[in-house]
Ligand binder design. Sequence first.
Ligand code: ADP
Length: 544
Amino acid sequence: MFGQMMEFPLLISTMLTHAERYTGEAEIVSRMVDGSLHRYTYRDAHKRTKQLANALVKLGVNQGDRIGTLAWNTHRHFEAYFGIAGIGAISHTVNPRLFPEQISYIINHASDRFLFVDETFVPTLEAIGDQLTSVEKIFVLTANENFSTKLKNWEPYESLIKNESTEFEWPQFDERSASSLCYTSGTTGNPKGVLYSHRSTLLHAYTAAMPDGLGVSNRDVVLPVVPMFHVNAWGLPYICSMMGAKIVFPGPFMDGASICQLINDEKATLSAGVPTIWSGVLNYLDEKKLSIPSLKRVVIGGSACPEAMIRTFLKKHQVDVVQGWGMTELSPLGTMNTLKANQTSLTDDEKIKLKAKQGRVLFGIDMKIIDETGDELPWDGKAFGDLLVRGPNVLSNYFQNEDPILIKDKNNQEWFATGDVATIDPDGFMHITDRSKDVIKSGGEWISSIELENTAVAHPDVLEAAVIAAYHPKWEERPLLIVVKKSGTNLQKDELLNFFDGKVAKWWMPDDVVFIDEIPHTATGKILKTKLREDFRDYKLPEK
Ligand code: ADP
């Protein structure tokens, strides 16, 4: 017997319709490519999104067609998100930081019919234009009438929507229809596409918005630094629309100075981004002796958030850090680190230590860790194994790729293997110890590269640190610590290694330290360990 409730498909268009009707006055502020600030309301945003929808229908865009974006976090990208998915097409966010050949691979693989592109990325497209096989026309996200480009078939976005009606009836369709597409960075092999549905996007937004998730309310001013070209900015454009929270989009300006200025000028209460962004912000605040009094909470994820960062935010700036863990394949949030009722009386230091873990699952995600035979490992905070997840926001297959990816356990339940290695403690707090391919296998025992990196960056002279395995004749692999010093410091190997004393097990101690000028990063700002492993392939550890 079915329940007797109204049939309402969970569609992305409902979020913006709701925002216009109930919180239409709330603002969306964007820093544009030229540095100027653009300011309008959800009411205006919905009108322009409906103009875009009319234009797309006139262009002959059908349900399921892919439309690519290469764009910063701005109001126009926001309109593209909702306009494209709203009519039933698929908004394909392309990461413009990828190599040009990956960008053309992704656009061709997705068969994008149209592209919406910020001025900044036009040169990239000019360079690869000839290789794009499916793109019919490119719309440049600009109001600049004097803008010119060598691109063959292009038009300014503003002229596309200018004469369109602001009336549009959003179509109703199956909530399982595809809404958006995002490719993983592809640090190994070609990038792979994750195809979200309207249903998975809404379910993710509902749970991620909750107090034990990102914790977004109508009274928040949200600054999504995490790019909209990277897993839908962790769902924030959708979540903010659901809540009618004021949004402040930083455009291309993600350096410490620009972010701090936006936080203070717009009185941001909540922000989210990867650790690299926040070390820029904290360094800037420190250098200039500034504060960010409006900011209450910052969500940090994408790579492990060092304990030192959590401590500085809390002790110096009274900002609560909430660590989040997720993956493109999970829409993306899987766990968030918010305290349980029985942990609220812990001391600050105990809380900071706990917050360095990746946290508890959001509703809708189930997780477990397994050993090499597939047996589930205990939740004792010590045993570590491969982390598996399942749930309605977890992918079942990569886009246009038939290879089955889910694994079946002994109860015939299907799971997605994250490629992460983790522990889970008795309170259900998951702690990532490594990517399975980054873990250091020393004499059959595993050493966590993340823990060593976090220890190194706690040293005041260390700007960034990476730990990789180096070949060792006896132990097979031993940790090699690669460090970028803060400018003007003169840190030496022995001083840094002494700093590890008492902080990690003796046999985890890195065998050597190398100082370099810059650590390579992936397009999503993570340390590119494949490149480091290549650079240090023949590295000889000192004999002991
Ligand atoms: P890619 O970088 O390949 O595009 P994602 O952005 O989806 O992919 O990255 C997912 C991976 O990032 C996770 O599997 C995990 O290894 C890492 N990750 C994400 N958040 C955290 C975190 N808070 N702590 C440690 N690792 C994290």
